[in-house]
Design a protein around this ligand. Structure first.
Ligand SMILES: *Cc1c(COP(=O)(O)O)cnc(C)c1O
Length: 362
């Protein structure tokens, strides 16, 4: 699919861009352009058309557009990394394309061909390549999303859809130096339930997590952990990150994909890298009781969260209204930090990409 190009008449100046790149933050600033592809329903299944790069700016939507009422929306998140030689690469973009289509199926949105997904990233990054940061731990965060744009208040899948990609230079997600974070355990709210949309990357799951996130922040925590109270308090995940546990015998445990939790690309990469080192990885149910018990008897060594935005972040403490379960402080040879280094090394081109995970964008 050819992408037409309409370039911005008012791109940020070199000085403005340099000022932003000097301190990118996370999700605060956007590049000069956006990629767009339209979809229209038809009797024979519908059609993608009008692929284009256009200036970044507000979208004109009918107030009755169904995304505004029924939340028919999905998104993805991945990063473009600048390597030392100036080339720009992305990490496992096919996995994001595949997940995007699984999310689309769950939200009754049309599937987007993987080539169009990858091409949209490539076109946007090539147009805005000056925006890819080069600092340590920095990248251009890419946010593909799909919204239902048909003006129609009846409840049925939209017959008009817009696929878009925006890009935002990103530094360290939690700000400042990497240190263990405190996590709040939500006992009042769930983000997903059996048969729901927990496995889809959709805005609705995030909307459902915000009240819990506010509770977390009010209690001095950065993120919130969700359990499945109907499954013996099995650990699910954080609002936007998967979780891993490292035990004293070298075993690594992460909750199994049970339909409620997000199929993280970082999660799957951590599992692969751990297996490459000969570590035993168990994808299984792990309950709050097991977490508490193994923290008390010393068998639990490390807990970490992972996702594209924050990479791998050690969890130092799980807090509730009644208790605090702490993780021992990280040893110099921790699995958490060493897998984090390896993963970042592959992404930024300083470690060998033995699994063919990188795709060149620019
Ligand atoms: C995106 C996301 C993750 C992390 O997935 P990655 O592919 O590793 O970025 C985890 N949990 C939720 C709820 C998410 O939306």
């Amino acid at each position: 699919m050819e992408f037409a190009q309409k370039l911005s008449d008012t791109p940020k100046s070199d000085a403005e861009r340099a000022a932003i790149l000097a301190n990118p933050g996370f999700g605060d600033h956007f590049t000069d352009h956006t990629a767009v592809v339209d979809w229209n329903w038809s009797e024979d299944g519908g059609r993608w058309s009008n692929a284009r790069i256009e200036p970044y700016g507000p979208i004109s939507l009918d107030p009755a557009a169904s995304v505004l009422h029924y939340g028919q929306e999905i998104f993805e998140g991945l990063k473009a990394y600048r390597h030392a030689d100036g080339t720009v690469w992305t990490f496992r973009a096919e996995a994001n394309a595949e997940r995007f289509n699984k999310s689309a199926a769950r939200l009754a949105l049309p599937e987007l061909p993987t080539e169009v997904f990858i091409d949209s990233l490539r076109q946007l990054v090539q147009t805005d390549r000056a925006w890819v940061p080069s600092g340590d731990g920095e990248a251009l965060y890419l946010r593909p999303f799909m919204i239902a744009t048909e003006a129609f208040l009846g409840v049925r899948p939209s017959r008009e859809v817009s696929y878009r990609v925006i890009a935002s230079p990103a530094g360290n997600y939690f700000g400042g130096e990497l240190k263990p974070v405190s996590i709040w355990l939500s006992t009042r709210y769930a983000r997903a339930g059996r048969g729901g949309t927990g496995e889809a990357k959709c805005g609705g799951n995030y909307a459902a997590s915000l009240a819990a996130q506010m509770e977390a922040e009010a209690n001095g925590c950065k993120q919130v952990l969700f359990l499945d109270p109907f499954n013996d308090n099995a650990v699910e995940e954080l609002g936007g990150m998967n979780v891993f546990f490292v035990f004293d015998d070298g075993r690594i445990v992460t909750p199994e994909l049970n339909g409620n939790i997000l199929r993280g690309v970082t999660r799957s990469s951590v599992i692969q890298l751990a297996k490459d080192r000969g570590l035993t990885v168990e994808e299984r149910r792990i309950t709050l009781d097991e977490w508490r018990r193994t923290a008390e008897n010393g068998r639990l060594r490390e807990v970490f969260a992972c996702g594209t935005a924050a990479v791998i972040t050690p969890i130092g403490e799980l807090k509730t209204t009644e208790e605090s379960i702490t993780t021992p402080s990280l040893q110099a040879d921790s699995v958490t930090m060493s897998i984090r280094e390896e993963l970042l090394g592959i992404q930024t081109g300083t470690a060998e990409d033995t699994h063919g995970w990188l795709t060149r964008l620019a």
